[in-house]
Design a protein around this ligand. Structure first.
Ligand SMILES: NC(=O)c1ccc[n+]([C@@H]2O[C@H](COP(=O)([O-])OP(=O)(O)OC[C@H]3O[C@@H](n4cnc5c(N)ncnc54)[C@H](OP(=O)(O)O)[C@@H]3O)[C@@H](O)[C@H]2O)c1
Length: 266
């Protein structure tokens, strides 16, 4: 059965993808840790959209989870023709004072699981000469972000990785695209134990998903959601990197906790 696999589908952007794609008739396999939310969403979408919605509740940051998830799709006889690697979280603060386990866990989820799942599912897609992969990056991936250093670096990885795969896979009929939202109204900041950083505007998850689905039609390699985010990224391209670092640092500094502030070197 042709199926769209969405990671991080229990809330925010992933849930918005699930709702929009269900309305377009996609069968869904939804993945996140919170089983209750996945059950409720699958029941609702299965009833209202006349599609098959299934879930796997798992922590994708665990090393064997991507293998287990792939095996589960084989066991359930699902043909994953659309993969959305969306699960992710962030952190904010002076890197030296942040919990190193949590930073490494973030790399495991935002980078390792995404690479692993992409590698596993891209093979059958290439054999069929058709398939789509969206990897959710961020506008934070376009420049280093002091006080969100690890998170921004994971998203720079996702952006670079996805754009490279876009070119590699064009002759094989597989479309890989990076989706770069800016600040979006989801549970991300709470889950990431972050204060919402300053933003010119924030978007809704629906707006982000609409941007992604329009960009897929144009077979883009990456897309920035929201015109103000796009303008900011374009302007940053012409400014020296050191200036950007200082400016972003100055904007972020007031948002970090008192504790890490005190430990900053002058
Ligand atoms: N919100 C923003 O401003 C923003 C901006 C740019 C990029 N993004 C990116 O957008 C993506 C989606 O985030 P969101 O804003 O929609 O935040 P969100 O509402 O917190 O959603 C994150 C999703 O990932 C799942 N998840 C978290 N840790 C997981 C794990 N270890 N294993 C499996 N699933 C896990 C969460 O479900 P469970 O907790 O149930 O596991 C949830 O479904 C992330 O990659 C994020 O970096 C967000």
């Amino acid at each position: 059965m042709n199926t769209t696999l969405i990671t991080g589908a229990s809330s925010g952007i992933g849930e918005a993808f699930a709702r929009k794609l269900a309305a377009r008739g996609h069968n869904l396999l939804l993945v996140a840790r919170t089983e209750d939310k996945l059950i409720a969403l699958c029941n609702e979408l299965g009833r209202s959209a006349n599609i098959r919605a299934q879930f796997v509740a798992m922590d994708l940051a665990r090393p064997y989870s991507p293998q287990r998830l792939f095996d589960e799709t084989v066991k359930r006889d699902l043909q994953i023709d659309f993969l959305i690697n969306n699960a992710g979280f962030g952190s904010m603060g002076d890197f030296a004072t942040l919990d190193p386990e949590r930073e490494l866990n973030m790399i495991d989820l935002n980078v390792r699981a995404l690479v692993d799942l992409t590698h596993r599912f891209i093979h059958p897609m290439r054999e069929r000469k058709s398939g789509t992969i969206i990897n959710v990056a961020s506008t934070a991936g376009f420049q280093p972000v002091p006080f969100m250093a690890t998170y921004a670096a994971t998203k720079a990885f996702v952006l670079s990785f996805s754009e490279a795969l876009w070119e590699e896979n064009r002759p094989h009929g597989v479309h890989v695209m990076a989706l770069c939202p800016g600040v979006t109204e989801t549970g991300f900041f709470e889950a990431s134990r972050m204060q919402k950083p300053p933003a010119r505007t924030s978007q809704t998850p629906d707006q982000v998903v609409d941007t992604a689905l329009r960009a897929l039609k144009r077979r883009k390699s990456s897309v920035i959601s929201g015109w103000s985010n796009l303008t900011a990224v374009e302007m940053e391209r012409i400014v020296p990197r050191k200036l950007i670092l200082r400016a972003v640092g100055a904007v972020m500094r007031p948002y970090i906790g008192r504790e890490s502030k005190g430990k900053e070197r002058g």
